[in-house]
Design a protein around this ligand. Structure first.
Ligand code: 5AD
Length: 495
């Protein structure tokens, strides 16, 4: 899964991360969950949720908001207008944590000073990894909710508002928490109603990559049942959704223990088959898989499940076998390129994106050059480039040969420049092609235009009207920028 501010940083020199909303990380979108100002008027407190990090965080925020609304809370249009501000946090890199902490300090100084009753809280990964320490260091924080306790947010807010408790910190584990929140906000009307939705299929990760804090923040792998996930997808479709993205920290390990392989098909492929059967659903995506679990059964599923979109975000992390071993990734460069090759054989137009870390301990210039050459070999449609960030209690934090920051910065700049060069060429190659998009709504950049996504996960902006929303449309691509295609439906119609 992926994170907000890494990208912001990464793109700052060359482009803003927000230019690439098709990518896996919510990152620089700094997704804020609020009402459109047209919500019902109520005496109940209003809540504003700001989200940092990955799509799973985005989905968790959405579910918390939906649960709060179901309990009578309202969503505030801005943090200034809210009675409660919750920051849903990311811990993958230190910069993401610092960003949320800085934001909380500003909220305390700017808002809470004048409105002492304003409730401030942290949720999610940093809440989980730092717990009570956050309240001790930031006394204005009232609430800290860990990653297995999202569903208790309303209960804890009730306690705070009724003065039953002065502060709440709950970062405990809870059996069954992976299946506790299924609520979605689909209640918006007209152009705001979602045609796409995230569906959380599992929580946690057992892979223990040596750089990664996720096993500490999200816990052990726990999967929901196929029936439960399919039921959620059916409900979403009944509410107007046409595309789902199945989410998990390591979806290729879905149901390994609980369901197991059958007829040579992993539990994850069995799930894809079951979700494919949902009538009225047009498109399925998932993120993030692990290359180790990207078996031939999954590659082959792309060939036989027409709803499975031809797009794959497969984190490579490095092009050097030595680094991959130190990272405890469990695959080689050759295995990785083999997967990309097989996928392209099955679906030649597949969009392939990745995550890469530069400056992992022990990474020499020669190792780094192997990652550069991986870019040329695989030619990713896009890549998230992360500067290695030391995370507490991870094995890599105490490895020898930590790479100096200025070298990390330099490699980041060089790698990103190559990623962008390839990406520009890939996007340009769409000019003149016909693509199918699912129209999601007004363009984020320019609300007078509409936008949708191709099956290979590229945003296409076009001149259209609100009647196109939620439609599958064929467009002819007329031009491209770094992370956006521009299309013209009229040309297709005339031909
Ligand atoms: N430092 C830098 N990047 C990291 N990622 C995970 N942990 C770290 C870390 N300690 C990146 C990986 C992962 C993505 C979600 O975040 O590339 O795939």
């Amino acid at each position: 899964m992926v994170e907000i501010s890494a990208f912001q940083h990464q793109m700052s020199a060359l482009l803003s991360r927000a230019d690439c909303p098709a990518m896996a990380w919510v990152g620089a979108l700094d997704c804020e969950l609020s009402s459109d100002g047209r919500g019902p008027v109520s005496d109940m407190p209003s809540v504003f949720i700001k989200t940092y990090g990955c799509q799973m965080n985005e989905r968790d925020s959405e579910a918390v908001a939906a649960q709060l609304v179901a309990k009578g809370y309202t969503l505030a249009a801005s943090e200034a207008a809210a009675d409660v501000v919750l920051l849903n946090t990311c811990s993958v890199r230190d910069a993401a944590e610092q960003k949320a902490i800085g934001k909380m300090q500003n909220l305390a100084a700017d808002l809470r000073r004048n409105r002492p009753n304003l409730v401030l809280g942290f949720m999610g990964c940093m809440a989980q990894s730092r717990g009570q320490e956050l309240i001790d260091k930031l006394p204005d924080v009232d609430l800290v909710i860990g990653t297995q306790k999202f569903h208790r947010t309303a209960e804890y807010l009730d306690d705070l508002f009724a003065d039953r408790r002065k502060k709440v910190c709950d970062i405990g584990s809870e059996a069954g928490s992976e299946a506790t929140i299924k609520e979605h906000i689909l209640a918006g009307s007209g152009s705001r109603k979602s045609v796409t939705a995230f569906v959380s299929i599992m929580q946690g990760c057992n892979q223990h990559c040596t750089f990664c804090i996720v096993p500490f923040t999200r816990g052990e792998e726990r999967s929901r049942t196929i029936e439960d996930i399919v039921a959620e997808c059916r409900e979403l479709v009944a509410g107007g959704v046409r595309e789902v993205t199945l989410l998990g920290q390591i979806v290729t390990s879905y149901g390994k223990r609980e369901i197991g392989a059958k007829d040579g098909k992993s539990a994850f492929v069995q799930l894809l088959e079951a979700v494919s059967e949902v009538e009225g659903l047009d498109r399925i995506r998932f993120t993030s898989p692990h290359p180790k679990g990207y078996g031939d059964d999954l590659v082959e599923a792309y060939g036989r499940l027409p709803k499975l979109c031809e797009s794959a975000h497969i984190p490579a992390q490095s092009g050097s076998n030595e680094m991959l071993k130190l990272m405890h990734r469990g695959y080689t460069r050759e295995r990785f390129t083999g997967i990309a090759g097989k996928l392209r054989q099955v679906r030649p137009n597949i969009g392939v994106t990745t995550d890469i870390i530069v400056g992992f301990p022990g990474e020499s210039e020669a190792h780094f050059q192997e990652t550069m050459s991986l870019l040329d070999e695989v030619r990713f449609d896009n890549a998230y480039v992360f500067k290695y960030s030391k995370r507490k209690d991870t094995p890599a934090a105490t490895m020898p040969d930590q790479v100096p920051q200025e070298i990390i910065e330099d490699r980041h700049t060089r790698l990103l420049a190559r990623v962008n060069e390839i990406s520009v060429a890939k996007y340009q190659s769409f000019t003149g092609q016909h693509v199918q998009i699912l129209v999601e709504g007004p363009s984020r950049r320019n609300a007078s235009r509409l936008e949708g996504r191709t099956r290979c996960n590229k945003i296409v902006v076009f001149e259209g009207s609100s009647r196109h929303r939620a439609q599958l449309m064929d467009l002819k691509i007329t031009r491209s920028s770094l992370c956006t295609l521009y299309g013209d439906p009229a040309i297709v119609n005339m031909e």
